[in-house]
Design a protein around this ligand. Structure first.
Ligand SMILES: [Zn+2]
Length: 433
């Protein structure tokens, strides 16, 4: 079993444009590690309002001075050419070149990631420093790219649970030559999948998707509409290796069970993490799952600088500085363990059904907390017990009381041991009214 960091080292330099030989190479390599079903969607296939693009290949591209001094070369890094650039070859004036040359808005020495998949134009990228040094009247541009019919691939790995009700875990794999965005999410999802599949059979079915951003999700969802009603919640993963706190972005439906469980469980698992509303942290494939006609509450987990940072989401974002050097195995493992702990809470979250009537005789059951020595504990115990009525889940109670999921579960587990309550996947009304 290859470690997360070793997989990153192996795959990060591949030119993983959305429909490309290198995307396929990366996905097939991942499927050696985790046996996936690979779905194929031919170029031109309609996917709701979208269409699968052609396969794109860049054979060669460079910018040079008229006397043949090479300034940038695709061989050195895939980001020197915009993803899905049209081919172009010729001499251009400084002004013409400037219109097709892109640089990073805040990192003067970085090459930006620019993609123009549906816009059809040619373009190159370079550092602002290089751009500022261009003083000649004309330059020579060579971009040899090909657009051909191909097939876009989506990898799927399923862990069957006792129920058909499904939890979706999604990450994208289509960022050429970059690591934190997006390979880090892919390798964490792979490790979560491995660990979940080694454990006892879960209640929920878990469906993992590894795909090209946006169009990959739209293609999968539009060709698997019958699965959508069973999708109860989901989590999108990326940017999990950099040195920033975890950020949980809620779904479009913040009252969903997934939102409630993850929100109330996160703080006890990672005190440094923060929680943001829908679209406040980062936008990715969760948009397609939450969208009209689908409405699967999908949250996202990433590591993103605090909302007041000027280099958000992180300094090296969408540039050639997003390399393995900003990612550590340790942080990837922390993120993997956090995802597993969140899913553990998701699995356990059930309705708490009372087998008692009235208030519990706590002293008689040995669970009395003396208010004189622990006033807070005493109050919390009663606040939790009075909500164990067959119509509140653990996460409902945690949310109502503004306490962690884990602190409620500790109490309900204790009541369960005493046979005072049991858990149920469906609500059971226990009051006569
Ligand atoms: Zn990105």
């Amino acid at each position: 079993m290859t470690s997360m960091m070793d997989l990153i080292q192996e795959l990060w330099t591949l030119k993983r444009d959305i429909v490309s030989d290198d995307f396929d190479k990366a996905l097939y390599r991942l499927s050696d590690e985790l046996p996936m079903k690979i779905h194929e969607y031919a170029s031109g296939t309609p996917c709701w309002t979208w269409k699968v693009p052609e396969k794109w290949t860049c054979d060669e591209a460079y910018l040079e001075t008229l006397d043949g001094r090479r300034l940038i070369d695709y061989k050195d890094h895939p980001l020197y050419v915009i993803s899905y650039s049209l081919p172009f070859e010729g001499e251009v004036t400084h002004a013409q070149l400037a219109r097709h040359l892109h640089s990073h808005s805040r990192l003067p020495n970085a090459v930006p990631y620019v993609f123009k998949i549906y816009e059809r134009e040619w373009g190159l990228c370079c550092s602002q420093t290089l751009r500022d040094s261009l003083k000649d009247e004309s330059y020579r541009v060579v971009i040899r790219t090909r657009f051909e019919p191909g097939t876009m691939k989506v990898g799927e790995y399923v862990i069957e649970g006792e129920s058909k009700e499904t939890f979706m875990i999604v990450s994208h794999l289509c960022h050429p030559g970059m690591v934190n965005d997006d390979l880090s999410g892919v390798v964490v999802a792979m490790d979560v999948a491995r660990q979940l599949s080694e454990g006892p059979k879960p209640y929920y079915t878990y469906r993992f998707l590894f795909l090209p951003e946006t169009i990959g999700s739209v293609a999968y969802l539009s060709h698997n509409e019958s699965l959508i009603p069973d999708m109860r919640a989901g989590l999108f993963l990326e940017m999990l290796g950099n040195d920033s706190p975890h950020a949980l972005q809620q779904s479009f439906m913040p009252d969903s069970k997934g939102d409630k469980v993850f929100r109330t469980a996160l703080t006890a698992l990672d005190g440094g993490a923060y929680i943001g509303p829908w679209r406040s942290v980062i936008n990715n494939d969760e948009r397609q799952f939450n969208a009209p006609g689908v409405r699967v509450p999908m949250l996202s987990l990433s590591r993103v600088e605090s909302p007041d940072s000027t280099t958000r989401p992180y300094r090296e974002y969408h540039s050639n500085l997003d390399t393995p050097s900003i990612v550590t195995q340790e942080r990837l493992e922390q993120s993997r363990d956090l995802v597993l702990a969140l899913l553990y809470a998701w699995e356990k979250d059930q309705y708490v059904v009372n087998h008692f009537k009235g208030e519990i005789f706590c002293s008689g059951y040995g669970i009395w907390i003396d208010y004189r020595t622990n006033a807070e504990g005493h109050r919390r115990l009663f606040e939790i017990m009075e909500r164990c009525d067959g119509e509140h889940t653990i996460s409902d109670i945690a949310q109502e009381l503004g306490v962690s999921y884990q602190s409620v579960q500790k109490v309900t587990d204790l009541l369960c041991d005493k046979k005072l309550v049991s858990y149920s996947r469906t609500p059971i009304k226990t009051s006569p009214r």
